[in-house]
Design a protein. Structure first.
Length: 248
């Protein structure tokens, strides 16, 4: 069954697909001409409730950022199972040009790949983006269940909050509710390990401010980078488990 780009008809066709137990569903440019809020709602409807877990899903889209976002939000384990094809601009000969194996856009997978190849700077860079995404997901989960307000420190007017501070605040806040929501304990444990890495080390300095090519006067510690990447993977797995549990 093919779902069209219209949000209402897409949901209707998807409901029919589920009711008829069709093994395949094709989303054909499903977010075309739809604003960002509706895009988020659409992909969460499609992928967050588990109704499509046993189906072959084929999705096409011109929206590159939307496709990249899906790879983050699905989690590393599911993103690793995706088969991707990227249609590239033709060179004037009007011949179909397809990249049948484009690199993953999932930050956790990219951090793990870089760490496995001992590319420490790249591993830290991808870990930073993964932590930003995963802590946003955890904060959203937290805010949907209790008062989700956190007090974050800024270094100055207009400055972004430091990632270390955000992780520490989430670790404490979510840790307070694990008795009521024990399913959140693995996410807290991952943050405990992650924030257990000294906040003043050069690795956390790069996680807080980003890795810059001009800053090459220090070496990242292999063991510390491994701990960070493993903690990011554990947080990703914890968030995948939380997404698959109904709200209480």
């Amino acid at each position: 069954m093919i779902c069209s780009a219209n949000a209402a008809s897409a949901r209707s066709l998807l409901a029919k697909n589920i009711a008829q137990r069709c093994p395949v569903v094709i989303f054909d440019d499903v977010v075309n001409a739809i604003d960002d809020d509706h895009r988020n709602g659409i992909w969460r409807t499609f992928f967050d409730d588990g109704h499509l877990d046993d189906k072959q899903v084929i999705l096409t889209s011109h929206a590159q950022e939307f496709l990249d976002r899906i790879q983050q939000e699905l989690g590393a384990a599911r993103a690793a199972q995706i088969k991707r094809f990227k249609f590239l601009p033709h060179d004037g000969g009007h011949v179909l040009n397809v990249d049948a194996d484009p690199p993953t856009k999932n930050y956790v997978l990219r951090a793990q790949q870089a760490q496995a190849q001992d590319e420490r700077r790249d591993a830290i860079g991808h870990s930073r983006r993964a932590i930003e995404s995963l802590t946003d997901q955890l904060w959203r989960w937290f805010g949907n269940r209790v008062d989700g307000r956190l007090e974050l420190k800024l270094s100055g007017p207009g400055a972004p909050w430091e990632l270390n501070n955000k992780c520490l605040k989430l670790r404490t806040a979510v840790g307070r509710i694990t008795e009521r929501f024990p399913e959140a304990a693995p996410a807290v444990a991952a943050l405990v390990t992650l924030t257990g890495v000294a906040g003043t080390c050069i690795e956390w300095g790069s996680l807080n401010s980003g890795t810059h090519d001009s800053e090459r006067d220090h070496e990242f510690d292999a063991a510390t980078v491994r701990t960070i990447v493993e903690s990011v993977g554990a947080l990703d797995a914890a968030m995948a488990a939380l997404r698959n549990r109904p709200a209480r």
